[in-house]
Design a protein around this ligand. Sequence first.
Ligand SMILES: *Cc1c(COP(=O)(O)O)cnc(C)c1O
Length: 440
Amino acid sequence: MSAKKAYDDVLRLMHEHHKWFNTSIPLIASENIPSPAVREALMSDFGNRYAEGWPGERVYAGCIYIDQVELICNDLARRVFRAEFADCRATSGVVANLAIYAAFSSPGDWMMAASIPSGGHISHGKKEHSGTAGLVHGLNIEHYPFSKEEMTIDVDATKKKIEEMARNGKAPKIGMFGGSLFLFPHPVKELAEFMHDYGMYINYDGAHVAGLIAGGEFQDPLKEGADSITMSSHKTLWGPQGGCIVSYARHAEPIKKAIFPGNTSSHHLHHVAGKAIALAESLEFGKAYAKQVIRNAKALAEALASYGFRLLGEKNGYTASHQIAVDVTKFGDGGTIEKELEKAGIILNRQLLPGDIKAGRHYMHPSGVRIGVPETTRLGMKEGEMKEIANFIKRVVVDKQDPAMIANDVAEFRKQFQQVQYAFDNAVKAYEYISLTGSR
Ligand SMILES: *Cc1c(COP(=O)(O)O)cnc(C)c1O
């Protein structure tokens, strides 16, 4: 392929992607659509600069405006998360977690975290699974006992496990809360004092739920006893891809060192500007958004249940977050169903559910799918639209209608939802392709 053809192909494929997303229903729980202002930040010259260090103490010149933006960003993060300290330089949620591991543990230490089928994230994982905590920082991992019925960590069994680990000379150094399949709050309040008595440091990984915490609609981990919150800036928090850490002033120094020089050199300054904009939007619109997200997730869950889908967390009303988990084994497996839905323009992902590994299921063909509503909510959809989405899903999965035909109906449905809501500006359409080259 000639250089020019490759160049043209990349531009064309990005156009195609925008067109596709503009006519689809985006239901990936870890994704969102940022505002035009955030997209503007990503195109700015900030993305071509270096600013190693802390504002005012940089290793590079040329940071006069960048410093001011970063100070605004950290100030907004402190206000949004009601925290004494914020560092928004982590270039992703994984980097934020790595910084916490580096700041508060040493290789060979033990950490408690949720297993992947219980909702944990690979960045909390064991070395033998190539999990970041084990592979990169050399932590040993013990998994929380998890209640499938309650879909959260089992408090009493966890206390017993920590006591036993301490007796065997494996007292854990870090208690990691939070996860990727995350329907209900984790018991931070119930375990914080116990863990602190064992000398544990408590981090809450709010990658998925940061936007809900910001809106005051999920749980308030710092108030409940966590020492820090790590997060992604682009899931329910609607910023550019990146990470952030909020904590107490007493932990500021080790966290700052672990971010730079420990885990970053460039910290992607265009993303810092984008995070600041997203945090300002969150301060203004975050509460209303978080409320609607949770209402939408519940409405989608109820509509799917009414079509005969089996949902996890039924006992507690299916969800208290932005996502729902559906056991699809009645209709096939998660991997196949994900592919069929994608053909219909319904974009979600397969999901390992609790018990899947024990049952010998592979992550390519797990028993479930995970559905999230952060993006559809940002596009302005409400409970009524959730019922329509449930109906599209039913037509593909239960009625086995032709996905290509449903894709047309999905595109028609999407026409009414073209703009980002909960934003100061929305002059440009949500998925409008902004060309700087005049390419078509
Ligand atoms: C998505 C996710 C991460 C990783 O975040 P990135 O920003 O993609 O690096 C970390 N932890 C949890 C629980 C997640 O769901």
